[in-house]
Design a protein around this ligand. Structure first.
Ligand code: FAD
Length: 491
């Protein structure tokens, strides 16, 4: 005789979405769906819990589109996204009370202030008998689990990379749940009321030409990259003129795609390419993914990474205060084309190629001697992928003040960097159209070009395009002298 099916539990389970705005490979969502409980999919706009860094403007724009896309894919499964605003602890306490939820599920986050909020939420609701389950879905290697042989956190990338690559391979990604029961009668705020996207003026409208937010777009982009540009990633990733990198960073930042999905896509691509080998490119791409892990590891152990020098000797560094130079840098008007092209790409698209980020950041810090924190804050506000770990860790790396940092005395020459990585000048021509008539051998240093070449290209320095705001040789000497000063003080 067949037994009757057990009744499905009626008290809901809440899935608290944060930096994991996807339905595939979302362990918290999968667990809630699998519990058989009706599910409440929740996003909390928390601008009040102490310590959380307020989002920048570009990031708020991305968040709006990402939430809309998540809501759409949940609705295809019969579930709407519930939006609430306020300190997470209060919002979740209220929602568990009002819905009678029996459990709350989330994927762990690793920004220390966020993790502290999560701990407080867990303690609060567990004390009221609500079950809490948390999952690893946003990092391949959790910082709590990775340490040196002596039990210390890693502070150097290469041993970190070697260590994590010797661990068990990251788990395979989960598909999106086929079926999710929806809890009824849960009120949601309206996304438009949050005004995450700018209006009057809508300076972000231009981003739509370059980006499609949401999980579906992220998955398409990953598939295209794995089948295409990945093969030449090792050779071409430093060239900003073409689409040689994945451009997945904002999608990863918001968790529209998981690092597990990337890891395994690269692995499949490597196998599918055989007998042709794309091993060097696949390894390089994996090591970039591991840089992301390393940055999160650093932030976990150094919560004030965005405001405090990792190396305290930099606390005495003689930074200059120069508003005019900072403004010229932000606007892409330094007179050095590769720097200006990068800063204009950032303003126009919310993204900048990694090689150019390195050159532009180095220029601010070393040529202008402006505190890396000023640059970090500008990137934080303007980058769509602005990340609490990747952004400060990379800025400190460039400054020389960070963990495993570039040596301070290695000062990029922006002209040589341009000539090396944008040899034909196509990147500069795209972002600085007023220089587009210059030949390749003049485009990275218009200030050294003969007057006839400038005239033929319609370039008048100081009028159609700025003259350099600093001389490279002078700036280099000044930077080295400043570094010597902190070295002397620490001897
Ligand atoms: P790909 O080359 O396709 O790499 C794949 C993924 O690996 C990236 O999406 C990213 O998640 C990760 N990755 C690659 N390089 C790095 C790196 N150096 N550090 C950490 N992760 C990396 N990246 C951010 O995601 N957010 C930031 O706020 C950010 N700020 C930066 C600031 C400076 C000054 C510098 C020099 C770099 C910064 N980066 C940041 C790292 C890097 O520039 C971007 O991740 C990369 O350009 C994104 O493009 P992509 O997705 O095509 O990268």
């Amino acid at each position: 005789m067949a037994h009757p099916e057990p009744a499905e539990p009626s008290a809901p389970a809440i899935v608290w979405f944060r930096d994991d705005l996807r339905i595939a490979d979302n362990l918290a969502l999968a667990a809630a769906a699998g519990s058989g409980r009706p599910v409440i999919a929740l996003f909390v706009l928390d601008e009040e819990s102490p310590g959380l860094r307020p989002r920048g403007g570009a990031s708020r724009w991305w968040l709006a589109g990402s939430l809309r896309a998540l809501d759409r894919s949940l609705r295809e499964r019969g579930l709407a996204l519930t939006l609430r605003r306020g300190p997470a602890a209060r919002v979740i306490a209220e929602l568990t009370g009002e819905s009678g939820a029996a459990a709350v599920y989330w994927n762990r986050r690793y920004e220390p202030a966020g993790a502290a909020v999560d701990q407080a939420v867990a303690a609060d609701i567990s004390a009221r008998g609500v079950a809490v389950q948390t999952f690893q879905a946003s990092l391949l290697f959790e910082p709590q689990a990775v340490q040196t042989r002596s039990g210390a956190p890693f502070a150097v990338f290469t041993p970190f990379l070697r260590h994590v690559l010797a661990l068990d391979e990251p788990r395979t990604p989960l598909p999106a749940p086929a079926r999710i029961r929806s809890a009824a009668g849960v009120a949601s705020e309206r996304l438009d009321d949050w005004a995450l996207e700018p209006s009057g003026p809508d300076w972000a409208a231009k981003f739509n030409e370059h980006w499609t937010r949401g999980e579906a777009a992220a998955c398409e982009k990953l598939a295209a990259f794995a089948d295409g540009a990945l093969a030449d990633y090792a050779a071409l990733r430093d060239r900003p003129g073409g689409p040689h990198t994945s451009r997945l960073s904002p999608h990863l930042r918001f968790g529209e795609i998981s690092p597990f999905q990337l890891w395994h896509a690269v692995r499949h691509a490597r196998e599918a390419a055989a007998p042709r080998s794309i091993a060097a490119s696949a390894d390089k791409f994996v090591s970039e993914l591991v840089w992301r892990e390393f940055c999160h590891h650093l932030l976990w152990h150094h919560p004030d990474l965005a405001v405090r020098n990792f190396q305290p000797r930099f606390d005495d560094f003689p930074w200059r205060s120069d508003d005019a130079a900072l403004k010229a840098w932000r606007r892409g008007e330094t007179g050095y084309p590769i720097v200006d092209a990068g800063m204009r790409e950032l303003w126009a698209t919310g993204w900048m190629h990694n090689r150019v980020r390195l050159v532009a950041a180095s220029f601010l810090i070393k040529h202008l001697l402006i505190d890396w924190r000023d640059g970090e804050r500008w990137f934080w506000d303007t980058l769509l992928d602005a990340d609490p770990a990747n952004n400060p860790a990379n800025w400190q790396w460039v400054a020389g003040s960070g963990a495993d940092a570039a040596p301070y005395f290695r000062i990029f020459n922006p002209v040589l960097q341009g000539a090396k990585f944008d040899a034909a000048g196509e990147y500069v021509r795209r972002w600085i159209p007023e220089l587009s008539g210059l030949p390749a051998d003049a485009i990275h240093a218009p200030f050294e070009a003969p007057p006839a070449i400038l005239a033929a290209a319609g370039v008048t320095l100081g009028e159609t395009y700025p003259a350099p705001i600093v001389d490279h040789k002078v700036a280099r000497k000044r930077a080295l002298a400043a570094f010597e000063r902190i070295r002397e003080r620490t001897r």
